[in-house]
Ligand binder design. Sequence first.
Ligand code: G3H
Ligand code: 13P
Ligand code: ZN
Length: 320
Amino acid sequence: MVSYKELGLVNTREMFARAVNGGYAIPGYNFNNMEQLQAIIQACVETRSPVILQVSSGARKYANQTLLRFMAQGAVEYAKELGCAIPITLHLDHGDTFELCRSCIEFGFSSVMIDGSHYAYADNIALTKKVVEYAHANDVVVEGELGVLAGVEDEVSAEKHTYTRPEEVEDFVQKTGVDSLAISIGTSHGAYKFKPGQKPEIRLDILAEIEKRIPGFPIVLHGSSSVPPELVQTVNKYGGKLEEAIGIPEEQLRAAAKSAVCKINIDSDGRLAMTAAIRRVFAEKPAEFDPRKYLGPARDLLKELYKRKNIEVLGSANKA
Ligand code: G3H
Ligand code: 13P
Ligand code: ZN
């Protein structure tokens, strides 16, 4: 058992309290490799933003949990080297079992998500509560979820959104003891969030209703990539095929961040940025075969994307 505190990581308690009071959101950025992690840390140091580093089950399978944890530990030192010891949380994204959450906590994670949203309400409560009890005994925080996002989530796919029911949130929060709550208000994972012709709009009215029931309680938005058209165009210009990819308008995320939403998860936009940069190098310099020559530009574009998100969308810049 290693405590995240020995690694220089923090849980989200103070981050979220400040974010709720200050009307901004902390970025939840996923990483699977060194270049993504470097881009996240560089962007957050340069904008003086706290950050939540997210590890999904897919990331654990791809990169190995041990490597990812030591990379996060290295990121704490790396941030200092870059000139600012920003608060860094290591978070399990979409944990699906108690055992997985426990293993991450014992391994140095400072925050875990237990996503029981696909279960019946009572079962979601029971599972979430069990994780909370174990996590809190180790001063680790827990994100729960109510409502189901359309698309693929936790390897479970749902055709339609099941919006979070505002009448359930108070009971859920009180019975489970969770520290933050992910809700479903029309965001979804991946690059295809709305159909062509559909108005891209999230249900800020449901968010307002939830906020009324649990004032000041930290709310989380998953599936919050905006799928910038210029990135999609660049990918397609250099041989990609991303037709009709549509994301969440940034002004709606900004509005959400100003209210009770204090964590916003973004992964797909970063994937698009890296792919756009790599495709461009492959198209313009076909003789290039040194991975640093295409992963480097991908890392740079990713960093610029995250800096802009922190400054213009989340409002987390200068909050470290
Ligand atoms: O919630 C989904 C995140 O974008 C992580 O995706 O499961 O493919 O690593 P992943
Ligand atoms: P996006 O696919 O919209 O980037 O969402 C990421 C996410 O919710 C990670 O948990
Ligand atoms: Zn998610």
